[in-house]
Design a protein around this ligand. Structure first.
Ligand code: PMP
Length: 443
C-alpha cells in the first residue's frame, strides 16, 4: 500500500533516474519528458553544472532565514533576474512555487493601493479559462470549474472576462480588430465593476495548461496595457509557466514588448532542481510599500540559498547554451511538425503556442470546433497511448473545464531537432492508435 496521495488516482511507475530529456522508471523503462513534467524541467534533467553549483552551496549553507541573513546566491539571482526583466522591473521577491508567486503579486498590489491612498481598489479581474494556482487566493483568480467548484463558498468571488480564444470563437487572430474585441471586454468589465474598485488585471501572456498555449491575437497585449493605464489598474503577468525562457524570451510579455507592473515566475525558473519562484515588480510599487513600513507577506522557505544557487545556475546554463534561441528554433520545427499532423488527422482542430510552449487541440468538427464527446475520454486516452509509447505529454480539458481536449507538447529547451523527430514518431503512433480505436466517432 502506498501512503502517498495526489490529485490523480492513476498508478504511475516509480521514477529511478533522469538525464537530459529522458526519464527511466525502476524497471528500466525509458520515457521522453515531452512536457518537461508540468512545464518545469526547462534545461533537462541532471544538468552537471547545476548539480555542481547546488553541491557547492550545500557544503556552505542550505538555509538562512531572510530576517537574519542576506545570501550571496539570493543577491546574485535577484540581480540576474532584474537584468533579464524589462526596464523598471528591478525588485525581486523570492518564493518557492507558482501559487506563492501569484499570492505575493496580488498582496503586493493591494498593499500598494492601500499605502497610495487607493484603498477602495481590491478586485482582481482575470480571464476564463485560466489557472493561477491552488491556494485559495490564487484559486479565486482561477477560471477552471472542476478545480474551483467545491471551494466557491470559501473564496472571495473575483470578476472574470473571456480569454482571447480567437480560434475557438471563429475570429482571425492576425486581425488587430480581434485583439481590440477582446480587450474591449476588459474595459467593459472595469466600468461595470466601478474602476475605483479594481486593483489589477491578471493574465497569462502565453496561456498555460488550462487553455493550452494560447497566444493572444494581434493588438491584444498593447491594448490591455493601455486600458490598465487609463484606469490606474495594475497589470499582473502570471508567467509561472511561460516565464524563464521556454517561449524563446525570458518573459512571454517580451514577445510583444509589453511591460507589466508585477510578474510571477516559477516552474522553469527552478527548472525542477529546487522549489523556486519569484515575484518581480516595478521599483515604484515596491518603493512605496517599503517606505510605508514594508511588505506584509512572507513564506519561510522563500529565497533559501540552496534554491537560489540552483536558480542562478539554471539561468547561467540557459545563457551558456543559448537555450532561449534553441527553444525558439527547435520549437518552430516542432510546431510545424505538429501542424503537419492536421493533414493526417481530421480531429486535430488547432496547433498553437510559442517556442517550446506548444499545444494541439482535438475536436469532433474542425469547422465548428465542437469538442469530442466527453464519454470518449480523449483527454486520458491519448495521454495513455503516448505514455505506452514512452512519451509523456500533458493534457487538460480546455473549455473552462468540462469540455474540449488539448495536449501540451513542451519538451525541455535543450531538445535537438533529432529528438523532435523521436518525439513526433511516438506521438504519431499514439495518434494512429487513437484514430483506429475511435474510427467511427472521429472526423
Ligand atoms: N500559474 C500558472 C500559469 C501555472 O501554470 C501554475 C502551475 N500549473 C501556477 C500558477 C501554480 O504554480 P504551483 O503549482 O507551483 O503552485
Amino acid at each position: 500500500m502506498s501512503h502517498l496521495f495526489y490529485l490523480s488516482t492513476a498508478q504511475r511507475p516509480v521514477l529511478d533516474r533522469a538525464e537530459g530529456i529522458y526519464m527511466w522508471d525502476r524497471t528500466g523503462r525509458r520515457f521522453i519528458d515531452g512536457s518537461s513534467g508540468a512545464m518545469v524541467s526547462n534545461i533537462g534533467h541532471s544538468n552537471p553544472a547545476v548539480l555542481a553549483a547546488m553541491r557547492a552551496q550545500m557544503e556552505r549553507a542550505t538555509f538562512g532565514y531572510r530576517l537574519h541573513f542576506e545570501t550571496e546566491p539570493g543577491e546574485q539571482l535577484a540581480a540576474k533576474v532584474a537584468s533579464l526583466s524589462p526596464e523598471g522591473m528591478e525588485k525581486v521577491f523570492f518564493v518557492s512555487g507558482g501559487s506563492e508567486a501569484v499570492e505575493s503579486a496580488v498582496k503586493l498590489a493591494r498593499q500598494w493601493a492601500v499605502v497610495s491612498g487607493q484603498a477602495s481598489r481590491w478586485k482582481v479581474i482575470s480571464r476564463f479559462p485560466c489557472y493561477h494556482g491552488s491556494t485559495l487566493g490564487a484559486l479565486a483568480l482561477t477560471g477552471y470549474d472542476p478545480l474551483t467548484d467545491p471551494f466557491r463558498p470559501m473564496m472571495v468571488a473575483m470578476p472574470k472576462i473571456p480569454a482571447p480564444r480567437a480560434w475557438l470563437d471563429g475570429l482571425n487572430p492576425d486581425d488587430p480588430a480581434t485583439g481590440a474585441h477582446y480587450a474591449a471586454m476588459l474595459e467593459a468589465q472595469i466600468l461595470a465593476e466601478g474602476p475605483e474598485t479594481v486593483l489589477a488585471f491578471i493574465q497569462e501572456p502565453v496561456g498555460g495548461a488550462s487553455i493550452g498555449a494560447l497566444v493572444p491575437p494581434a493588438g491584444y497585449m498593447a491594448a490591455v496595457r493601455a486600458i490598465c493605464d487609463k484606469y490606474g489598474i495594475l497589470l499582473i503577468h502570471d508567467e509561472v509557466m511561460s516565464g524563464g525562457g521556454r517561449v524563446g524570451r525570458f518573459l512571454g510579455g517580451d514577445l510583444w514588448g509589453v511591460v507589466p507592473d508585477i510578474v510571477a515566475i516559477s516552474k522553469g525558473f527552478g527548472a525542477g532542481y529546487a522549489p523556486l519562484g519569484a515575484m518581480v515588480a516595478q521599483s515604484r510599487i515596491v518603493d512605496a510599500v517599503q517606505a510605508a513600513g514594508g511588505f506584509l507577506h512572507g513564506h519561510t522557505y522563500a529565497g533559501n540559498p540552496l534554491a537560489c544557487a540552483a536558480g542562478l545556475a539554471v539561468l547561467e546554463e540557459i545563457e551558456r547554451g543559448g537555450l532561449m534561441g534553441n527553444a525558439a528554433r527547435a520549437g518552430a520545427v516542432l510546431k510545424a511538425r505538429l501542424a503537419a499532423l492536421m493533414q493526417r488527422y481530421g480531429f486535430i482542430g488547432d496547433v498553437r503556442g510559442e517556442g517550446m510552449l506548444l499545444a494541439f487541440e482535438i475536436v469532433s468538427n474542425r469547422k465548428t470546433r465542437e469538442p469530442l464527446p466527453p464519454g470518449l475520454k480523449a483527454f486520458d486516452d491519448l495521454v495513455e497511448r503516448a505514455y505506452a509509447e514512452g512519451l509523456i505529454i500533458y493534457s487538460r480539458r480546455s473549455r473552462g473545464g468540462y469540455a474540449g481536449d488539448h495536449f501540451l507538447v513542451c519538451p525541455p529547451m535543450i531538445t535537438t531537432e533529432a529528438q523532435v523527430d523521436e518525439i513526433m514518431e511516438k506521438l504519431d503512433r499514439a495518434l494512429d492508435g487513437f484514430a483506429a480505436a475511435h474510427a467511427g466517432l472521429l472526423p
